[in-house]
Design a protein around this ligand. Structure first.
Ligand SMILES: *Cc1c(COP(=O)(O)O)cnc(C)c1O
Length: 388
């Protein structure tokens, strides 16, 4: 058992840390160990380790059904899934993305010689602001990648209208939004395709993994070829490609964790409400809201520090001193990370809201390993430090 202390005296002042063991953001969710071992034995006996094995096919079918889409193409990770989707859509030139996202959204373009053009966000939703997207369109623009940040739906309809009006492709990075909905429909079926990540830190994981989901048969077929070197049967390569295949052991983990999704989300929801209670009436921080109607997975507990950078960094230091390894996702924003800062030193001029948001954000730990007492202790560190 780990020992926790509701800190009366902060460790930053020399007391012992509140948590004996570090509390991480994105601690992996794990389903039933025995079932995973059973799948592992099956894989061993079958000697079918990868190359579109039966467990990968089963996982794809279950995800497609769950999300109400016709096709799920499983991949080795979410970044390769993004790269393959971008290629399958024929994106080129410039593609509009938020800077306020995980760096992989931008890298998946840049890595393929496409220019990511950063558009600003809505400060309330943290998602792309459609008017900002319009401002960034040029004759070289070929598409838009919306991100359903924190699992909250992007402005899907407005982005689709812009895409239609300007003849642009629209796809979504849905890495945060597994099993979430928008307007009564599961995320996965919007735009030309949507990309999922099943990385260990995500609410649903396959160790590493990802997928592209779509209703478009031709697109799905192209991506199936691309993820397997362009092979169509033995000895017959009909398309350029790469290796994006998901191994069987990863699919096994996925099948185990799919069954445990209700428990994962319940634990996150419970923690979220415990945080909400602890922060109620505290003026210095605003807890990011979720709309229960959109089936949030509550995998991120996000607070905005009203006073901004200096207070935010002071809170992070206080949390870390207590062994609470809170994160500053996605600070400082893609446009201020070296590769993009070097390429576009003035991008920030168009991104004032992204910059402001990045300076004030903290992501707190959650997940099945945390008790209500843990949540109360984490919140107490913040509330006390704000009052100090
Ligand atoms: C995690 C993540 C990815 C990358 O997924 P991997 O499976 O880690 O490659 C892409 N976009 C966003 C927004 C993410 O959070």
């Amino acid at each position: 058992m780990k020992s926790i202390r509701i800190p009366a005296d902060l460790a930053i002042n020399g007391a012992a840390p509140a948590f004996a063991e570090p509390l991480h953001v994105g601690r992996p969710n794990l389903g039933d160990r025995e079932v995973l071992l059973r799948y592992t034995a099956e894989i061993y006996d079958r000697r079918w380790l990868t190359n579109n094995g039966p467990l990968v096919q089963e996982l794809e079918a279950r995800i497609a059904q769950r999300l109400g889409v016709r096709h799920c193409v499983a991949m080795c990770n979410g970044t390769i899934a993004l790269e393959i989707a971008i290629r399958a859509l024929g994106l080129q030139g410039e593609v509009i993305v938020p800077s306020w996202t995980f760096i992989a959204t931008a890298h998946a373009l840049h890595w393929q010689g496409i220019t990511p053009v950063f558009a600003d966000i809505d400060p309330v939703t943290h998602n792309l602001d459609p008017d900002a997207v319009r401002r960034m369109i040029t004759p070289r623009t070929s598409g838009i990648i919306g991100v359903h940040l924190w699992g909250r739906p992007a402005t899907v309809e407005a982005l689709q209208a812009i895409a239609d009006e300007h003849g642009l492709q629209l796809m979504f990075d849905a890495a945060h939004a597994f099993d979430c909905s928008h307007g009564g429909r599961k995320i996965g079926g919007f735009g030309r395709c949507e990309v999922l990540s099943f990385h260990a830190t995500k609410v649903f994981n396959t160790f590493e993994g990802g997928a592209v989901v779509t209703d478009d048969e031709e697109l799905a077929e192209a991506m199936r070829l691309m993820r397997n070197f362009g092979f169509k049967g033995y000895d017959n390569v009909i398309h350029p490609g790469t290796n994006g295949k998901m191994p069987e052991i990863n699919a096994a983990m996925g099948l185990v964790n799919l069954d445990a999704m209700p428990q994962f989300v319940d634990a996150n929801r419970r923690n979220y409400h415990a945080y909400a209670e602890a922060f109620a009436g505290i003026d210095g921080v605003r807890l990011l809201q979720y709309d229960e109607a959109n089936d949030p997975n509550y995998q991120y507990v996000v607070i905005e520090v009203v006073q901004g950078l200096a207070v935010r960094d002071d809170l992070i230091a206080a949390l870390h001193a207590e062994n609470v390894l809170a994160r500053k996702y996605f600070w400082p924003g893609c446009h201020r990370m070296k590769p993009y800062r070097d390429l576009f030193p003035h991008a920030g001029l168009m991104l004032p809201r992204t910059t402001r948001l990045a300076d004030g954000l903290i992501v707190l730990p959650t997940g099945a390993m945390m008790s209500d007492a843990d949540v109360a202790a984490v919140a107490a560190i913040i509330v006390q430090r704000l009052a100090a």
